[in-house]
Design a protein around this ligand. Structure first.
Ligand SMILES: [Zn+2]
Length: 431
């Protein structure tokens, strides 16, 4: 994690590749496009500048392509670069991220930006080629987003809400717009759109990170949520809603938001799963983003005995997500990287933790779809998440076959973000 501290010119090309002059073939034992039931055996991906030019089987390569420069990766599977649907780039992911944040914020915007730049590097070096940041100071979020897009710093492509919307003293009020009426919310949305936000993020429930809030009840009224969605729609903005409790999730489904973050159905007595809400989410194609993989991963690794209360809670939360999936609610994978104990380099392990009985019952393929083609579809990112001609050359190659064993994701051999190769931390720079 610490061994790639210097960012050299070799890692960050000063000039983006030209659209068609820079053609290369990636050749691997398996190529999985992000959707198919099975990978192509002995496949190739043709990279043309920052885009994918073609995908197919090596045996079918035309004469004009056999002479192209090749990156041969025997023993690997090539798949789309990963999408992390929920991160906080300016948070540390330590055991006390709020303390770290407030200390950085007192120092000034530069300290927060340095942290975000470092988190971006950790993310891309683990195979993540797109992140959606759902809560960050605008100046930091929009600056690093634009710097990655211009090739000035390494990282996954960033889409971000910038500052979220909360109530006075509400969840994440440190970097949010504090709004206490429908008109306040409309004004905050107009400011976010004016200043460059890609998403609108509303904190509907309180949150565990913020003392003095109630995570198990809505902070806003239903009419205020309606105003948020109406104003966002007027300005053609997608809406992500943070919701823990059944009432908040129900309102989010009724108001037809785009994604429900966390979606735990948590009540003071335990879990209050509501099948009617799940049906409404499925009908409206409202996706949920279960940000629990870090907890599941720790459970799987079992470094310390898990307290019974925590263990019971995790078991019931697993049940919630299984039921949502069974009801046909779309899922977008996201780790909440930046909050306690969720690192930016941990996403491959976080995804592996979603699989099977120890996770939330997903097959490897469904977990991978939630982090590639499915995430792209439900986050409105039509230019990534699938290996097909015309999409961004966001490409990951891993040793082994992640469709059989998800832990293969933790052994990246090649990472390419929009055609720019980013070596994983353990790999030396090649010629
Ligand atoms: Zn979050």
């Amino acid at each position: 994690m610490e061994n790639g501290a210097t960012i050299t010119n070799a890692r960050v090309p000063q000039r983006r590749p030209e659209a068609t002059s820079d053609r290369r073939l990636i050749v691997a034992d398996r190529v999985w496009d992000g959707r198919a039931a099975h990978p192509l055996q002995d496949g190739f991906v043709l990279i043309e500048g920052d885009r994918i030019g073609a995908v197919g089987r090596v045996a079918e390569l035309g004469d004009s392509m056999t002479a192209l420069p090749r990156i041969d990766l025997p023993g690997t599977t090539v798949l789309p670069g990963l999408i992390n649907g929920h991160v906080h780039l300016a948070l540390s992911g330590s055991s006390r991220p709020v303390r770290d944040y407030l200390k950085d914020a007192r120092t000034g915007i530069a300290a927060l930006t340095v942290r975000a730049v470092r988190n971006l590097r950790l993310a891309v070096e683990s195979g993540v080629t797109t992140v959606r940041d759902l809560g960050i100071v605008n100046e930091v979020g929009f600056t690093v987003r634009d710097a990655v897009a211009d090739g000035r710093i390494p990282g996954p492509r960033v889409v971000t809400s910038g500052q979220p919307i909360t109530v006075t003293g509400g969840h994440c009020h440190w970097f949010a717009h504090e709004c206490d009426s429908a008109m306040d919310i409309r004004v905050a949305i107009r400011r976010q759109v004016r200043d460059g936000a890609d998403w609108i993020k509303l904190m509907l429930s309180g949150g565990n990170l913020t003392p003095g809030t109630n995570p198990l009840a809505p902070q806003f009224s239903r009419d205020e949520l309606r105003a948020c969605v109406a104003e966002s729609r007027r300005l053609r903005m997608p809406v992500a809603v943070h919701a823990y409790d059944p009432q908040s999730i129900r309102w989010a489904a009724e108001c037809d938001v785009d994604t429900v973050e966390h979606c735990l159905f948590e009540t003071p007595e335990g879990v209050g799963y509501d099948p009617a809400t799940a049906d409404l989410m499925a009908e409206n194609a409202v996706a949920f983003v279960p940000t629990v993989s870090g907890a599941l991963r720790r459970d799987r690794e079992g470094p310390a005995p898990v307290a019974k209360r925590v263990h019971d809670k995790q078991t019931s939360i697993r049940e919630v997500f299984r039921k949502l999936l069974a009801a046909g609610v779309p899922m977008v994978a996201g780790s909440d990287a930046g909050v306690p104990e969720r690192g930016f380099g941990d996403y491959p392990a976080d995804l592996a933790a979603l699989v099977g009985a120890a996770g939330i019952g997903l097959s490897p393929r469904r977990a991978l779809i939630a982090a590639t083609s499915g995430a792209a579809e439900h986050l409105g990112l039509a230019d990534t998440g699938v290996l097909e001609p015309g999409r961004r050359a966001d490409v990951l190659a891993v040793r082994g076959d992640p469709l059989r064993d998800m832990t293969a994701l933790e052994q990246p051999e090649l990472i390419m973000a929009a055609g720019v190769r980013v070596p994983p931390p353990s790999v030396h720079q090649e010629s």
